[in-house]
Design a protein around this ligand. Structure first.
Ligand code: C5P
Length: 334
């Protein structure tokens, strides 16, 4: 069977959250060395790849509230960047034919959920599969890192400790029992990661409250999800949510880049009565729950509160609110 007779290759590209995010130092190359425990979520984009009829790669993107609106592919450059990076490594001998990619976008963009990086990882993985070539996990991660700092994480396929600028990825244990639930609230403001790091470096008001304790929390969590400990349950994770919620060294920078974020965080703490954390440089806020059902109940309360005009959220329009699971073992309501 020739490649153009094959069914399209489909990959889910999960979102991630940082349960902890310690910024260790600013490196000589301008990037920042991190120590972060990251987990993939059930909320995912869907990428399908087929042999292109044309002589170049192409990308079609659909999304929006109805899931069917055509979006500008220029905003999703990481997909074609991933395919091109993979082609460069595959070498001349292989038939790395042009690819027509179709992306169903469900993860909010510039939200701290690494949707673009996950799309790139899925594109690299899918293209390698479509071309029928071999590529080691190490090579995938190496070329992924040229597209974005968060890309290598997605080749771990589960929770991982991420260090360096994102290129050092150590897989951690999965959670035991049923998947922990998580609610995501993304206000309608974008936070560019580069801007958050720039503010962290230049504005004294962005200095983290306690870098030492962020680092310790992150190290403890990585150790407890490592060998030598029994697998952690959702209940154990949630008991520690208060420590994770304050373990993000970019939180104050995000509050400066996205005015109103701090107030939204406080309002959610009052409404839900559970610790509220920030993923990456934001603006997505998260709350952990013992199950997907409990997360869905919380998501309903947030939507109702906003609809009743009782929850202010920065930016134009309603925040994106989704209930999903850590590690992607459940359904997703968005
Ligand atoms: O690699 P990526 O494109 O995701 O990074 C966006 C920007 O965020 C970088 O240009 C850099 O300014 C900043 N960054 C950083 N340290 C990291 C990751 C990103 O300073 N570990």
């Amino acid at each position: 069977m020739s490649a153009d007779e094959l069914a399209p290759i489909v990959r889910l590209a999960p979102a991630k959250v940082n349960l902890t995010l310690s910024v260790v130092e600013r490196r000589g190359d301008g990037f920042h060395a991190l120590h972060s425990v990251m987990v993939p979520l059930g909320l995912a984009d869907r990428l399908s790849l087929a042999r292109a009829a044309a002589s170049t790669d192409s990308l079609h993107v659909v999304g929006g509230e109805d899931g069917r609106t055509t979006l500008d592919p220029a905003d999703f450059g990481s997909v074609l960047a991933g395919i091109e990076a993979a082609r460069r490594v595959v070498g001349r001998g292989a038939d790395a034919f042009p690819i027509a990619a179709r992306l169903e976008k469900r993860i909010p963009i510039a939200a701290g959920l690494a949707g673009g990086s996950s799309d790139a990882a899925a594109a690299i993985d899918g293209a390698v599969d479509a071309w029928g070539v071999e590529m080691t996990a190490g090579d995938r991660a190496r070329i992924g890192a040229t597209v974005g700092s968060d890309v290598p994480f997605f080749f771990a396929g589960g929770p991982a400790l991420v260090e360096g600028r994102g290129e050092r990825v150590s897989p951690l244990r999965r959670f035991a029992g049923s998947a922990p639930g998580i609610v995501l609230v993304t206000p309608a403001v974008e936070v560019a990661t580069a801007e958050a790091f720039r503010v962290l470096d230049s504005d004294p008001a962005a200095a983290p409250a306690d870098r030492g304790s962020t680092r310790l929390t992150s190290e403890h969590l990585a150790a407890e999800l490592g060998p030598g400990y029994p697998a952690m349950t959702a209940d154990e994770l949630i008991r520690r949510a208060g420590a994770f919620a304050v373990a993000n060294d970019l939180a104050r920078a995000a509050d400066i880049v996205a005015p109103g974020l701090r107030q939204l965080r406080r309002a959610l703490t009052r409404l839900l009565g559970v610790p509220i954390g920030l993923t990456g440089s934001g603006p997505t806020l998260w709350a952990l729950y013992p199950s997907q059902d409990a997360a869905e109940e919380a998501a309903r309360r947030i939507r109702d509160e906003h609809a009743a005009g009782l929850l202010e959220s920065p930016g134009e329009g309603a925040p994106f609110v989704a209930a999903t699971t850590i590690e992607g073992q459940g359904r997703t309501s968005a």
